[in-house]
Structures are given as C-alpha cells and as structure tokens.
Design a protein around this ligand. Sequence first.
Ligand SMILES: Cc1cc2nc3c(=O)[nH]c(=O)nc-3n(C[C@H](O)[C@H](O)[C@H](O)COP(=O)(O)O)c2cc1C
Length: 420
Amino acid sequence: MTRGESQDSQHDPSSASISSLVNRHVILTITGGIAAYKSCFLARGLVQAGCELQIVMTESAARFVTPLTFATLSGNPVLTDMFPNPPPEKPIHLSTANRGELLVIAPATANFIGKMANGIADDLASTIALTFRKQVLVAPAMNPQMWIAPAVQDNINRLRDRDVEIIGPVSGEMGGVGETPGLGRMAEPDAVFSRIEELLSGQEWKDRRVLVTSGPTREAIDPVRFISNRSSGRMGDTVARRARLRGADVTLIRGRGATGSPPDGVNVVEVETTCEMSEAVKSRFENCDLLIMAAAVADWTMAEPAKSKLKKRNGEPVFNLVKTEDILTWACDHRNGQVVVGFALETENHIEQARLKLEQKGADIIALNDPTRKDSAFGGDSIKLTILSGGDRIIELPALPKNEAADRLLDSIQPLFPTR
Ligand SMILES: Cc1cc2nc3c(=O)[nH]c(=O)nc-3n(C[C@H](O)[C@H](O)[C@H](O)COP(=O)(O)O)c2cc1C
C-alpha cells in the first residue's frame, strides 16, 4: 500500500477549505424597515466568517437600529453621511463602492428599491448603490400591501433586468404586532448569508450536476416503528453545500431521519426507505456527473412489515430481515462516465474493509470514517476521513471540521472529472 499525498497534514490555508468569505469586502446597506434588526444577525455572521464588512445606513434605518450597534458588530465605523466633516480625501461614495466586491441591501425598503430603479442618488446609501458596478443582492422587506403595489413590482422588474439579484421576500408574520401575515417578510438572515457565500465563491464546478445522498434511511417494522441508524446526515448535507459553493447544480437525496434543515441552494428530495432512496438515485443517475453516496442506508429491511402495530401481549416478535439493494454497486455497474464516490463506515480493520469495498464495487473513491473515534463520532462537528482511490492511493486527513473535510474530499474528486 502506498501512502500518497498529505498524511496528517496541517490545514493548508491556500486550500479551498477556507471559507469563501475570509477577507472578502462586502458592503451591507441597511434601509429603514422594521427588518433592520434582522441584519444584526446577518452582519454578525458575515464578520464571524471573516468578511471585511462595511455597513452603510440610511437616515431612516438609523431610526430602527442605531449605527452604534452595527459599528460594534462589524468592527468598522458605519457610513451614513454623504458630506462628512472634515471631508475625506476621496469622495466617500467612490472609495466605498470601489472597495466592495458585493453590495447587499438588506432590508431594502420600497423607497430604496424605487430610488435604485430610477437612478436617484440623494443620500450616501443610494449614491453608493448607483456607483457600484459589481454584483448587487437586494433583500426586499415590506408590508404585503406595499410589495404588491404595481410601482414596487415595476421597480423590482427593472432591477432584475439589470442583473440585480433579488432574494425574497418570503411569506409569514410581519414585524408589527397585529399586521396581517403575507408575502413581504425579508428573507431570513441565514438564507441571505448562504447566497452571499455562493456569490463570492469560485464557480469551478459550474455546469456540473452532482447527486448526493445523506442521512439515515428508515425501514418500517410496523406502522409506528422502524429500523434506522445513528447517522445525522450532516456530512452528506455539508458535502452537498460545499459542492454548491463550487457552482455545481446539486440534488440532495436526504433520508427523513436527518437532523436540522437541509442546506440552502440545493434541490432536496426527501426519502424514507432504502428502496425509495434507490429509486431516487436511479431516476437521476444518468443525468449527473458525480454521485456521492454519503447516506447511511439500511442494509436490511423487514421481509414483511406488520400492517398494524405489533402488540406486547402477543409475545416477542421474530423479525425476518432481507437484504436491501446495494445502491453503490448498482451505480458502479450502470455508470456512463459518472464519477462515483461511496462512504464506508467501519469499526474494525478500517482500511482493509474500505479497500475491499472500493475494489469489489468499482467505485472511484471510498471515503472512510471511523465513528468510534471521539473526533469523528456521529453527529459531531468534526470528522476524520481517509480517502481511498484506485492504484492503492490513500489520503489520511486529520480530524477536521466537516466543511473542511468535505472540501478536501471534493478536491480529491476534481481530477477524476473527464476533461471538457
Ligand atoms: C414603523 C415603521 C416601519 C416601516 N417598515 C417599513 C418596511 O418594512 N418596508 C418599507 O419599505 N418601508 C417601511 N417603512 C417606511 C420607510 O421607513 C420609509 O419609506 C422611509 O422613507 C424609507 O427610507 P429609506 O429607504 O431611505 O431607508 C416603515 C416606517 C415605519 C414608521
């Protein structure tokens, strides 16, 4: 066995595993709506992810949340004034707009959207928006009656026509007590954050179609009980999200027992059983470039699940289990240029078992996890992966946060794509 690339390597700061937001210059403009408080969470998330954040506020926005709050959250003075005293060397709207890589307006009021659509620049925030020449992301937030106003809709369409991206609004409760719920709520800070991450990340997997499975499957014993496993789905979910951040079109086939919400930006197909997961993979496999099977599928299912709930008074049940279909083997047998990656979870003879799985099934890569290690346990934040591929190649990664491990796995898949 040859031990190829980096073993127990230190985290390489140049690798793709670094967050796409580190040292990226984002301008976050806050306008005068009640949803301004939500942007506190957005600002905090961006700064924690390593962003260089410049906050700009309109005069109305400062009536809702103070500039002091945002200055503290961002670690930078907040810009509000078109004509600061003393005047800076360069016009403030030019220096700010030229430094930013992405302009985010969240929340965006009906008024501000109208000003953007019509080229009005009568305060610092709108002058920066008019000057800014790169990608703009707008998160409208307003009462549903305002949102459906023809003037607002016309303005939104004009912005869309100029390649301004609009995120939301979403339906739900309004900020004010007693307001009728409806469509107008600002997209949640997490969703805006995810989109910012996507817009600032590399697009090296653009046009690649990636199919990922995650989570546990459930095999019914009777209508209320099932056989399942401890998988949280977090590794598969993370792999899906990181592939999305490379620009891929990602479909995630997710076992219903997975915890938390599925990642943003991916198409999610929920399944319950191994049989359903198998059907979901089969129907999409032909149209994908890469399949990553990170789900913990059940190896056995009940020969005949009980139609009604098993009763204690009827004695101890005997379960007759039959093998489920091996989806990874099916995929390897039916591939037509797709890259196929499986996960192996072994509690003993790890490497030998994973190597056997790689060879017997004919996968391109097997990512091996040992859940008995403290730093690689089910549902934890970190994972210690060993990546096995053909020609006895093996990469032993150190225990890493799951997003970094996912990036390292995707890095090792990259050379396997056929050249275009
Ligand atoms: C309590 C309150 C809440 C408001 N919420 C919103 C809102 O969510 N969306 C909106 O478009 N306007 C809202 N407005 C109206 C704006 O504050 C107003 O149009 C203002 O001129 C916007 O200024 P700006 O776009 O320069 O920030 C609200 C006003 C008040 C008094």
